[in-house]
Design a protein around this ligand. Structure first.
Ligand code: AHN
Ligand code: ZN
Length: 283
């Protein structure tokens, strides 16, 4: 998973409408195909907070599409085009090693494992685009709603398959930072409390209790919010979030410090191993 973070960061910031974004998207598709996935690319247009319409590319990788019993795993693969939480170079895009690349990398590694050992359920991996192009905190305009998560909003309104359904979903967001802890975030607890407990209990059993805290925190408007409200698939978010205030994420969040130096293999492993255990425990 660490090498998959490195590879994505190596393309440069994966900002929509840029060459690194296209190149990384092509690589993700190629890689997932090599692990035996059926790929559906969802191309659309979304409107940003500044009114501009831009192209969007969601990547759906399905394993054992014949199986009725399915689990949805997702992350965003785009990177934020600015560093609005930083003190310098605020208008430059970030590496997004943790915010974007980490969740995508863990899902790639899970896909690689599934190529070797067939899971007992069908799996759909969705890599959402244009998650992190939300209105910056220093914007002169009044704060607006629903400016993040444009790829997942698009998918929720136009699922890649008619009547698509899954038992539940797991979103990975900022799952690679050294010493990260994951709280029981409010939207996840509202829509999928049972799945939440099952996943946290599995992490504890595997010895990853230091990363998975049983403390409940405020709701966050992340991709899982739109999956829950638009499709009804109970979906949880494994996210490094410390509650209290809206922006209480890791100190690297939306700054240039979100680069390879914050990534720790141990955190990636704790999350990946937990999700793999949950999947293979399914019947
Ligand atoms: C907000 O910051 C409004 N929501 C969290 C979604 C997000 C941004 N996840 C990563 N970057
Ligand atoms: Zn972000």
């Amino acid at each position: 998973a660490y090498t998959y973070v490195e590879k994505q960061v190596g393309f440069g910031p994966r900002v929509p409408e840029t060459e690194p974004h296209t190149a990384c998207g092509d690589w993700l598709v190629l890689k997932l195909k090599s692990f035996g996935a059926d790929i559906t690319e969802q191309l659309g247009t979304v409107q940003l907070y500044d009114g501009r319409n831009i192209p969007m590319r969601n990547i759906v990788a399905s394993f054992h599409p014949d199986k009725k019993n399915r689990i949805l795993l997702c992350a965003h693969w785009d990177t934020r085009p600015f560093a609005d939480q930083d003190r310098s170079r605020r208008n430059e895009p970030i590496d997004g090693a943790n915010d974007g690349a980490s969740g995508t990398a863990v899902l790639l590694e899970i896909a690689r494992v599934m190529d070797t050992l067939k899971p007992p359920v069908g799996i759909d991996i969705i890599l959402f685009d244009v998650e992190d192009h939300g209105q910056p905190d220093n914007d002169s305009a009044a704060p607006m709603q629903d400016t993040y998560c444009l790829g997942s909003q698009y998918w929720g309104e136009h699922p890649h398959k008619v009547n698509y359904s899954a038992k539940y979903g797991i979103l990975l967001d900022m799952v690679g930072a050294k010493g990260a802890t994951f709280s029981m975030e409010g939207v996840s607890m509202q829509f999928a409390p049972r799945q939440m407990r099952k996943i946290w209990d599995t992490a504890s059993q595997l010895g990853y209790g230091r990363h998975f805290m049983y403390q409940q925190t405020h709701p966050i408007t992340d991709d899982h919010y739109y999956i829950n409200t638009l499709t009804g698939i109970p979906t949880i978010d494994i996210i490094e979030y410390y509650g209290a205030t809206r922006s209480n994420f890791g100190p690297y969040w939306h700054t240039h410090a979100d680069n390879m130096s914050v990534i720790d293999r141990k955190t990636l492993k704790a999350v990946g191993q937990t999700v793999i255990q949950v999947i293979y425990n399914e019947t």
